[in-house]
Structure formats: structure tokens, C-alpha cells
Design a binder for this molecule. Structure first.
Ligand code: UD1
Length: 355
């Protein structure tokens, strides 16, 4: 069985690593790795391959950044050529980015079975590009690997036959568990005192000038009580540059994006996270660190029902209020969801080698 894995952006890399590792050495399996090049900066891509021990991609489509339609179309055009030449038996796609959806459409049209890792998640918010990617990918997927029971329920409601759905757990947690002992703090001053770790990159938060200004004002105010470490995504970096009012507080540390091992150490030791990332909602739940999510909804509801996550929306008063609770030791406590145990990649390999 020849399998092609397709990845494209930062949150894909921690998901493909355990699946490739689990399939390595299974009888009759050969693997190829395709990077679409959706993310291309060394600190958004290469550093993750090195730290996670992912093989160098066999093929890089080098699509880079552009509008949704152009990026999606370029991935489709370039991946179609690869699929026709390589003739894989199956293609595995990960998460909810444009690369995921574009390569799933190519496979569906060529009649190549495509399997979706992290299937079934729904925010029910079509204003998010990722929600469109999830819906289309799941509609076309042959096997749907879900991380939590809500994923199964969503897919069943959409008419996906039960035998195609496999709840295997959370592959990203496989990587987190494996690499936590190797996590290493970056060289940032003041990490021995309590700090909040911040990430923001959703278009709904950073592309709108007023929204971004309000968020930055709140972070500046919070930094009077607590050091804030903010590694900045390239999208956000550009938007901040457009504001022409760089926040000025010695306690608000703006930082280049960090490697996986450095960011993991910062999460592990943080007093709280403030984020709009999907993956960080899950990682903080597993680590037991309180997480305030600057979004109106989440496609990862178990992080709220079982984990440490609280949805803040864009209510900056609520953000300050909840941060205050955490600082006085009254943050939300949680439990680890079922099957977030470090063995999800092995379960995927078991399913694939038994079909
Ligand atoms: C993409 C995904 C999003 C995911 C995020 C993780 C889609 C629709 N979005 O969003 O789901 O949460 O990745 O990071 O697939 N840029 C660089 N260097 C890079 C990559 C991007 O400078 O290596 C800049 C470019 O200006 C680009 C912008 O960041 O235009 C946005 O990049 P893009 O890949 O379009 O979307 P993300 O916001 O990264």
C-alpha cells in the first residue's frame, strides 16, 4: 500500500509526525510526504520538521501565500500532477487548512481514496475558512479519523456511514506526550515569574484594525499585572505593522514565532494562555493550563466541557475578569479527554493496515 501524506502549514506538522512514525516499518506500507509550501518561513516550517523528526518532504509544491482561491487552485494543479505520477493507493490529509481541502478534492476527482485525520470537528461558523475546509474534506473522505465523540456525532448527522468513522483520539497529543520531556525554554528574560502566553492569528481577530487595536490595548493593560509573552504569527506581524502604533510596555514581550520545543516549554510553565488557535485549546487541556480563547465558538467543544478552555469571544472585559480569576488561583480545572493518550497514530496505522 503506497500512502501519500499531504501537509502544508504549521499545525499539520505535529499531526503527521506520529502517523508516519506508526506506519514506518508496517509490512507492505510505503510512504511519501508532500509539503504544499503553504507555510514556507523557516520558523513556520523547517524548524518543526527538524524538532519533530519528520522526514524531509519528498516533494514540495511551493505554493506560498495568496488569496484563498489562488492558493487552493495552485495546490490542486500541482498536487494533481504528483498524484497522477505517484499513483498512491491512499492519500492522508490533516486538519482544516486550504492544503487539506485542495488535496482532498484532487483525490476525489481522480478516484484515489483520501482519509481525513482530525475529521468531524465543526464550529458551525461558515465565516471561518477552516469550517468550509472541514465540511468539504469530510464530505469527500473515505476514512474519517475523529479525535472526540462530538466528531462522530457531527459526521453521523451529516449522513456519513458509521463504518467509515474511526475514533482514534488526538494525534497532536501523541507528539506533545513524546516531546514534553525534551521541551526547552527559549532565551526570554523573566520566565521565572508568572506569565501569560499569547497567540493570535485568526483573520477575524487580526485583519480588522479596530478589533486588533482593542485586543492589543487589553493585553497592554493586562501586562501591568503579569508579564505577557506573545510570539507573533507572520499574518499578525503584518497587521501590527499597519497599525503604526506599536504597543509600548516593557512587560509585553513581542517575539518571533518559536520552535515546537520552545513553545511547548512556554505552555507547560505558563500561568495562562490567551489564544485563538485550535491546537492550543487542546494542548492546554492536556497540560491542565487555563486557556482563554478569543473566539465566539470552537470546533473543539471537549476542551470546554472537559478541559480548561473558556470562550471569551471578543469581550475584552470578560478576558480581564477571567484572567483575574486565574491569577488568584481560581482558574478552570479540567480532565483529559478519552483517547488523548499518545497512541492515536498507532490506531490509525492499525486501521489502515487492516483494510
Ligand atoms: C493558515 C490556515 C489556518 C491555520 C494557520 C496556522 C488556511 C485557510 N489557514 O492560516 O487554518 O490555523 O495557517 O498558522 O489554510 N506568511 C508568511 N510566512 C509563512 C506563512 C505565511 O509570511 O510561512 C504570511 C503571509 O503574509 C500570508 C499570511 O502569513 O499571506 C497568512 O498565511 P496563510 O497560510 O494564508 O494563512 P494563515 O493565517 O497562516
Amino acid at each position: 500500500m503506497k500512502i501519500i501524506h499531504v501537509v502544508g502549514a504549521r499545525p499539520n506538522f505535529m499531526k503527521v509526525a506520529p502517523v508516519m512514525a506508526a506506519l514506518e516499518g508496517r509490512a507492505g506500507v510505503s510512504q511519501r510526504l508532500v509539503h504544499t509550501g503553504q507555510h514556507y518561513d523557516a520558523n513556520m516550517s523547517e524548524v518543526f520538521f527538524r524538532q519533530l523528526g519528520i522526514p524531509t518532504p519528498d516533494i514540495n509544491l511551493e505554493v506560498g501565500s495568496s488569496s484563498h482561491a489562488v492558493q487552493t487552485a495552485q495546490i490542486m494543479m500541482r498536487f494533481e500532477e504528483v498524484a497522477l505520477k505517484e499513483k498512491p493507493d491512499r492519500v492522508l490529509v490533516y486538519g482544516d487548512i486550504n492544503s487539506t481541502m485542495a488535496s482532498a478534492v484532487v483525490c476525489a476527482k481522480l478516484g484515489i481514496p483520501v482519509d481525513h485525520v482530525e475529521a468531524g470537528l465543526r464550529s458551525f461558523d461558515r465565516g471561518m475558512p477552516e469550517e468550509i475546509n472541514r465540511m468539504i474534506t469530510d464530505r469527500l473522505a473515505d476514512l474519517l479519523f475523529t479525535p472526540s465523540p462530538d466528531g462522530d456525532e457531527n459526521l453521523l448527522k451529516e449522513g456519513v456511514p458509521a463504518e467509515r468513522i474511526h475514533r482514534i483520539g488526538n494525534v497532536m497529543i501523541d507528539t506533545l506526550k513524546r516531546l514534553l520531556p525534551k521541551a526547552e525554554r527559549p532565551d526570554i528574560h523573566g520566565l521565572d515569574e508568572p506569565y501569560a502566553l499569547v497567540t493570535l492569528h485568526r483573520p477575524s481577530n487580526v485583519d480588522d484594525r479596530e478589533t486588533l487595536l482593542r485586543i492589543m490595548d487589553t493585553l497592554t493593560r493586562l501586562s501591568e499585572d503579569l508579564r505577557i509573552i506573545f510570539p507573533i504569527h507572520p499574518r499578525t506581524r503584518k497587521r501590527l505593522a499597519d497599525l503604526d502604533a506599536t504597543p509600548d510596555s516593557p512587560n509585553l514581550v513581542l517575539q518571533e514565532p518559536l520552535g515546537y520545543l520552545q513553545f511547548l516549554a512556554l505552555q507547560r510553565d505558563a500561568t495562562l494562555l490567551i489564544t485563538d488557535s485550535g491546537g492550543i485549546q487542546e494542548e492546554t487541556t492536556w497540560l491542565g493550563i487555563p486557556c482563554l480563547t478569543v473566539r465566539e465558538n470552537t470546533e473543539r467543544p471537549v476542551t470546554i466541557t472537559q478541559g480548561t478552555n473558556i470562550l471569551i469571544g471578543t469581550d475584552m472585559d470578560l478576558l480581564e475578569q477571567e484572567a483575574g480569576k486565574i491569577l488568584t488561583g481560581n482558574g478552570k480545572k479540567g480532565t483529559i479527554p478519552d483517547l488523548w493518550d499518545g497512541r492515536a497514530g498507532e490506531r490509525i496505522a492499525d486501521v489502515l493496515t487492516s483494510i
